[in-house]
Design a binder for this molecule. Sequence first.
Ligand SMILES: [Ca+2]
Length: 437
Amino acid sequence: MVNANDDLQSGWIQWYTEVYQSARANKNNTEQLSVLNENFQKKENELKDVLNNLEIKIEAKIEQITSETNKHIDSLNEKLQKQQTEFKEIFTSMETLIKNLESGVKNMMAEIKDEENDDLQSGWIQWYTEVYQSARANKNNTEQLSVLNENFQKKENELKDVLNNLEIKIEAKIEQITSETNKHIDSLNEKLQKQQTEFKEIFTSMETLIKNLESGVKNMMAEIKDEESKYRQTLESRLNDIYQHLETKDGVSLYTNKCYQYPSDRIVIQRRVDGTEDFYRPWNDYKQGFGTKSREFFIGLEELHRLTKSRHYELVILMEDFENDCRYAKYDHFVVANETEKYKLKSLGEYSGTAGHSMKYELGMKFSTEDQDNDLWNEGNCAKYRRGGWWYAQCSITNPNGQYLTGTTTDKNGIYWYYFRGELYSLKFVEMSLIPK
Ligand SMILES: [Ca+2]
């Protein structure tokens, strides 16, 4: 699962990189933006599909595991019941066996007694016959009779002893058989109970296993959803970044700004977005203009003069720092003179906005570049010191054409706007536009 997330993440990052690079490379293209949107939708749908499939798979897996476990439990139950039935059968057959044994022994005893009786009887008869014949032969002999009596008593006692011994032996035998059988039954019972305990333990451990599996899968799903929302947020913010830097063919930015809503009719004259363009340039470059219109560029002083001479324009400067704080400054009448006057800033008009009135010293200043020092600073060239081209005085508390640095700087040579982030902070984004009034 972790691997699947990694794959998704690296896929998105790769996609984002490709889109971003292509957006940077392809410039000013509404079509490009709609393709971007489509791709984003497509990617979003793909991600949704992947997540839905994952959820379905996980649910199916849970169902499968649950069903298999239930089957396993059913089979165990069946086995247990079968075994109990078998035990019952064994008990029943043992009871029958004991009863049979008891009745068999009784029968045996009876038979033995009968036989003994028969033997004794025939012995007695024989003895009596002998005695009787001897009596008849020897006649009326009192002495003989008393001996006879004695013998009779003796024989009777002998017979009683034999019978008693037999009974004792048989009872002992029955007791022995009964005790052995009981022991056997006890051992079987013990085994059955042990097995039941084992089954219960198995069930308990299986239940725990299922619960753990279910909660594990739930956690996994929650993690995936978290990751998804993180990706989405990252992507949305990155896409916003891209949109900020794109522009349609008619020159209207697609950046729906949170701090300033451009009217539909405007002319972008300067933009800084990522530092890909070098703004530390000579006079002629600033005169003619340079850079890439969809990205970083300066429209050119000659064009600025031509435009602002032809009609009334407002100047809007939109800017954003690296914390995504966005501000704007608006001057309601912007006019640039011709080259003979060194493209002097002839008019700015009234300030309004949220960035602060930082273009305090530019009004009436000539334009300066690294190779043309037209500023008011006698000790040196502001354009060199501030690393850009601008209407420097001595020098200035704005520097939209400075070096593209990121955030805090040590020298006053970045893209700064004093009343927004001070002179030692280089902004992320600046865009200057003319708006017809
Ligand atoms: Ca100077």
